[in-house]
Structures are given as C-alpha cells and as structure tokens.
Write a protein that binds this ligand. Sequence first.
Ligand code: GDP
Ligand code: MG
Length: 704
Amino acid sequence: MEKSKPIQVALIGNPNTGKTSLFNQLTGLNQKVGNYPGITVDKKQGACKLLNNQTAIITDLPGTYSINPTSVDESIVLKSLLTTEDKNYPDVIVVVADIENLKRNLFLFSQVKDLEIPIILAINMSDQLDRKGISIDVETLKKELKTETILISARKNEGIDKVKMAIENCAEISKAHPLCSINHKIDEDYFERLKAVSTNHTLYELWLMVTQNNIPDSLSEIEKQKLIEFRQDVSKLKRYQHKETIHRYQQINEILKRTYIVDRSKAKDLRAKLDRVFTHKIFGYVIFFGILLLIFQSIFDWASTPMDLIDSAFANLSTLIKGELTPGILTNLIADGIIPGIGGVVIFIPQIAILFLFVAILEETGYMSRVVFLMDKIMRRYGMSGKSVIPLISGTACAIPAVMATRTISGWKERLITILVTPFTTCSARLPVYAILISLVIPDKKLFGYFSLQGFTLLSLYALGFATAIVSAFLLHKIIKVKSASFFVAEMPNYKIPSLKNVVFNVIEKTKAFVLGAGKIILAISIVLWFLASNGPASYKNVEKDNIENTANANLLAEELQQKIAGLKLEKSYIGIMGKAIEPVIKPLGYDWKIGIALISSFAAREVFVGTLATIYSVESGTDNTSTIKEKMRVEVNPETGQKTFTLPVGMSLLIFYAFAMQCVGTLAVVKRETKSWKWPLAQLFGMGILAYAAAFVTFTIFS
Ligand code: GDP
Ligand code: MG
C-alpha cells in the first residue's frame, strides 16, 4: 500500500455492538455525515490518524445481523461489500462484536470473512467481562478464526491503539482462508461451477450475488448471464442458504466451546441479580406459583365474558335460522348440528388466546427460561422436562391449548409424555360437572368447623388430577421406548421487553392452528352426535304425536309439554338406544341408561353432561316446581330399586370417572395433530378409559 493513499476501513457489526462508539474513538472530531445515494440513511465517515501518521478513512456502516439483507439499512452493507470499484471499497474491514452476543456476532463475521477481504475482529465492551462473568481466550480465538482479534472497550478507550496498529498493517493480513468452506460442505460440484463464472470475484462474493440477486454492473454480459442462470432454481438456493447457516453456526459453536466461557454464577450485573431471585431455591418457586395464580385467575376472569357472548350468539343464531328457514332436515342440521358444532370450536378461542398471550409474554421477556431451569430437575425425574410445567398447569384451563404448548419441548419423548398426561389435569370443562355432582352428593358440612367439605372435595379432585398426571408420566417414562436426543441447554437469553409484534403473531398463529386442526374434528363429531340424538327408529318419530294427543298431558303448560317431548325423544333416539345398550356395562359403576346417554354425549365435551341430563330429566318433571337441573337430579329415582339415583356412591363414582376419562374429542384431535398419528390419541382414549372405569368401579364398591 502506498503511503500517500488513505486506507479505506469499514466498520461492520450487529446493531448496538458499539460501532459508533469505536468510530468516535478512532476519528474524534474529524467526522462528516453524508448520505448514501438515493436513500436517506446517514453515511458517517471520518478520518483517523494512524500511529505511523498514515491516514485511514473510516466508514461506520449501518448495523446488520447478516449480509443477507432484509432492510434498506442492511442492503447498504451488502452493496458496500460487493461494489469493488467504489472509491470507498474497504481495504480492510473491522467487524465489531460485543462480548455478550459473540455467537450471533460471529455469524456475521464468518460471512464477511468468506469474502476474503482483509479483516480484523474487534470484540467490544471488555470492561464488562467481570460483571458478566465472561472469559474469552483471545489467543486461541485468533488462531481458530485465522483473524487478528482484539479485545477493546470503546467506552473506556482500551485497545483502540491495537486496532489502529492492525489497520496500519492491513496489507500484511492474509486474505486467504475463507472460514466456512461452503463448497465442500454443501455441493462441491455446484460451487465449482459457480466459482468458474468469474475469476475476478471470490466464490462467496459470487454466491451472494446469486442469492441476494445483487449482480454488479462491473461484470461482463456473459458472467451476468451465467449468474442469472444460477438463479433459476430458487428452491435449491433456499436449501443451500439454509445449509450454509447451519454450517456456520456449527462451526462457531465448536470454536466458542474452546474459547468462550460464561460463568453466570460469578456475574454481578442486573441480569445476574434477577436470575438469582427467579431461580432461587425458595423464592423462585413462590414467584412462579404467584405468576401462575395470576395467569389462571385472568384466564377465568377475562375469558368468561367472551365465552358467554359466543355461547349466546351461537344459540341466537340457531334460533334465528330455525325461524327463518323452512323446517326440515337441512334446517335442523344447520341449526342444531353445524352451528352448535362451530360454536363448540369458537368457544375455546378466548381461553386459548389468553393463555398463549401470557405464555408468549413470559417467553419473550426471558422469564420462561428461568422457570424451565428451575423446574427441570424435578420434572426430569418424571420423564418430562422443565418446559412441561406450562402445559400441565395450562391444562387447568383447557387441555387443547396445553397440548399445543408442548411444542417448545425439544426432546420428543419428554414432549410425548407431557402430551399424554396433560389431559389428567382438571380442565374448566370438568368444573360444571364436578360442581353439580358435589353439590348433590357431598353434604354441605364444615370440616373442623371451618373448611367446607364440598370445597375440600373439589380441591382433592384437582390434586388427584395433578397426582395422576405425575404418576402416569413416571410410568410412561419407564414404559415408552422412544429414541430422542434430549439435551438441556442451560443457555439463558437476556431479559428484554417483549415485542408486541412477536406476541401477537404467536397468539394468532396458535389460535389458527387450533381452529383449523382440532376444530374440524370437533365439528365433525358434534354433527355425528347431533344426528344420533335427533334421529331414531319408528318409536322416535311417534313421540311428538303421541304426547300431544295424550289427554294425560292436557294439564301441562305448552313449555312443559315441549320439554317432556324433548326428553322422550332423546330416550328413543339412537343415542338413547346406545345409552340403554351400554347400561349393563356401566351398571357396576352405579349408572343407569340415562347417565349412559349423558356419558356418550359428553364425549364431544365434558360440560355437555349437565345439559343432557337436564333434557332427559325433563321427561319426569311434572307440574311441580322442581325445575332446576340440580333439583331434578336430586329427586330422580331409580325405578328398579326405588332408591334415589344420585346417591353418594354414584356421585363419587361419577366424579372419579370424569376425573380420569378422556372425554374430549377436541383434545384427541389436537393430540392427533401434534403427534401426527392416531396411535397416541387412541392409546390415551383407551388407557384413560380403562383407568376411569376401574377407578369408578372401585369407588362405587367402597362407598356402597
Ligand atoms: P452501534 O449500534 O453498534 O453503533 O453501537 P453504539 O456505539 O451506539 O453503542 C451501543 C451501546 O453500547 C451504547 O449505549 C454505548 O454506550 C454502549 N457501549 C459502546 N461501547 C461500549 C463499551 O466498550 N463498554 C460498554 N460498557 N458499553 C459500550
Ligand atoms: Mg451506530
């Protein structure tokens, strides 16, 4: 390099690594701010007196994460690197990294390095090493990266002279050795052909021209034509770019393993202080359960209004359609089958969206990684991962979003086990069933004069759900033989303010996945159940006529007569026949055919149990005032034994049955979706069904 000609230096780096700070240190007051041609991005340049009195012109390029640009700012960097004839084309590039995000910084570095321009790596913020508990083996890094590597602090003006010296000696910096030889690792043949296009450019430059569609005018027409040909197969380009990214990260990880140590236990920054609180042996759990409490409180509070609105909107729509369309099968199908079916899907959206809103925020802020770290040891004993905590607890709202929340679990076995046991947690659909059964059969007494026995029963059912989930996870852990490479990466991201865009996208994406995935199956089953409940053999068809003509019914009000007819119709329908057919099977559990009907129809969703019983008991309700469903159930008598149907043994047996049985098509549908096979949902259906049956039988026998 001639003494007289200033050295052109470009500063490249991720945003916030301290490029501008270094630029200021190097140039002092000799700066001027211009404009890049045609765009309104500042072009900052300044002169720097080197130690041997030579001058360097420093350009502070916009921050970028890679040289595959996604914005105007970033494309400036690409342009500066590919326009070799430009007067500011760098003689040497200083890549500015910072000690904390070295991995991400080195990705950009490795790309720039492969352009084979002389390069210096300046790792900034060395003043923070101790506070962050980081140590870097610069000598080894220098060798591994085949690059002059300097630890600096732009803020404290440390290492700046070394950077100046390195710039001075840039002519001696060897250009060769791309860091990541993409050609050997991806497709030797393909890259040989690419390399042959032009001798004036390095392979990586050509590769960028092709992938970024940024072909400089300096190339000859033939060369341009050849590069355009490479652009024909876009899917191949995408594939190879993807492979390139993976190779780069693999290589960087290898290098950093040997040269970069973070010992967060020695760190003293704010993040370390927060970490110490959030992962504390006691406070960590207290805070976590506090946050959970808050989340579930909000889910129930916020979701109930929209859910009621959705519920009544769909009911009104059904009524409206029945009134507007001519009566007939098609109208019934729409009003009683399809619309309630769609309603049954839409009604879950508020809970799903709210849950995922919280999960997304916890993840975005970085808090979730601390929870995972905290819970991992415990959960691992049961064959799950720290990340299983969220699905298991989300299950108290609804198993559907909970199963979807297992996606963050990286090991397949841990994820599968979590999916399989999550439906044991007491979901909100079980709550109405529990509530009515408890109020029917559990005496309204106080334990030790203070705790309500009914409340205690409800709490026990929740505890039973969690305990069963944990125990079955443990058993599945021993039984399931699935190969899965699960490794716990103790890498925790920094805390940050969540990005609204990420959070909103996350919520929309997951809600959409539910509606399109599970929704279809829920809808289909609802229609099948509707058909079975509203159709039947000849006796079904006569119910209406017989009852209207029957003089015994003359004293009933019109509404009461309608209720009675509805109940009788349900009894004579296919589903009623099925209920009677399964009576022998469920008799040992203490149930009659009416409960059988409710069991079958609650297969679409558990909470249907209450509604179905309400319909079916309308049959017996005479003119007396026992109109609430609870009252109807209380007075219900088994005609064979002459005893009340809902005794303590029956009630307890039903509670246990509902605690264990997999009565939720929606969950089965998402499990099918998430495991991509019918094997696991069927295993769940039968496994949980058998357990429910056995447990209900034992319960009934004990309490009888
Ligand atoms: P740029 O986005 O790469 O241009 O980065 P800036 O130069 O604007 O710096 C980003 C932030 O890092 C600013 O808050 C700087 O004060 C800070 N910073 C820059 N250099 C250092 C350093 O050596 N040590 C510390 N602790 N902070 C620095
Ligand atoms: Mg800047």
